[in-house]
Each structure stands twice: as structure tokens, then as C-alpha cells.
Design a protein around this ligand. Sequence first.
Ligand code: SF4
Length: 229
Amino acid sequence: MIKGFIKNSFVDYPGKVAATIFTGGCNFSCPFCHNGELVLAPGKIKDIPDYEIMEFLEKRKGLIDAIVISGGEPTLHPGIWALMAKIKDKGFLVKLDTNGYQPRIIEKLLEETQIDFIAMDIKNAPDRYAETAGLEKIDIQRIFQSVKLIQSSGIDYEFRTTIMKEYHSAIELEKIGQWLNGSKKYVLQNYKQREGQVEEVAFTPFEEEFLESQKEFLQPFFKRVEIRT
Ligand code: SF4
């Protein structure tokens, strides 16, 4: 299940020093995803046993605050329940990164674990969701359900969209703002090309001025809007 591990991250959990765990496999296939092998061929990557992570965490008590469980899509793995419980037992905060396509799992995790933070990707406005997630069709109701669950969860959360000119414009971003209206936090992440994408295509990031103008435009829909580059 665990295919990657970053021992120190200052960006994956807002305001905290974190370590990040990457699980293999995903139910989306976003063309611009940076984790091509993790998503498309997780079997080629060696598993890291849970006990290695736990041994590391034992030594890092007091030095890191939080563990981020990212992917791939972590909610595809029944093993994340036990993993989260072990991490919480050691006294760390837990953040989940998810694409939100498993609302029943998200609901159970919110009810039955002490998860501290959820970051959910919002791939695009509903009418362009499937193509942006690399799917022929999508059950958008599942995404709507996860958004509602997270909005009413009472825990820290953020919604975030990786934007590029091929998939997004001011029109899509306005639709996202109206859809997520009233949410705590929304993050615009400008696309950056990296090696190992799901599709080896150079998509087009936005200029700084566009990001700033969209941040200002979207502000009334959210308590907080951030640009992450
Ligand atoms: S970017 Fe898309 S394909 Fe990549 S891990 Fe996230 S949801 Fe899956």
C-alpha cells in the first residue's frame, strides 16, 4: 500500500512540519498528474512496510507535528484505517489528501477516526470534471457528496484546484466558486510541468496576473483564498 515516503515537508500540512506517505493506485487518471508511475503502475514500485514508517515516527517524536497520507488515492486502501490509528496513537496530527471520489469512505473516516485535516482536489467545474480527471464519464454526485461531508465536518479542510489553460478559464473558476460557496479555504495551484506525468504533455500554466485577479474574484465565495505555486 505505501509506495513512497518524504521524511520532512514544510508545505504538505499548512503551518506544520510533516512527513508524507504516498499510497499506490488511483481511481482517476488526471493527464497532468505528477505521479504517473504511482497511479498507472503501482505494482512496479516496492512496498514500504508500515513498521518502517512507525519506527521512523518513533524517532521523530517532537520533531515533526503531522503525517500527511497522500497518493495516488489513499481511500482505495482498507489499510489506511489501521495506519491512521497507529499514527494517532503516536500523537501525530493526520492529514488526508483525497480526490473525493469515495464519499462513503470519507464519511466513515470522519466518523470513526480522529483525522485532523482533509485536502480535497476539485478538478474542475462539474461540466468539465470527467475530462480533467482523465475519465470518459464520472458520477459527479459522489464528488458533490464528499464536498458536503467535508464542509460540514467541523475539522480543518481545504479545497484545491491545479489549474492550466487547457482545462480551466475564468468561466470554470467562477462555477467552482459558486459551487463551493461558503467553504473555509480554496487554493489555486498553478500547473508546473514535471517529469513522470500521467501524460507526457506540456500543459500551459497561467500568468501571475491571472492568478491574482482570480484570487480577488473568488474571495467573496470563501473565507480564505490562496495561490500556491
Ligand atoms: S492528480 Fe489525479 S491521477 Fe494523480 S493522484 Fe491525484 S487524483 Fe489521482
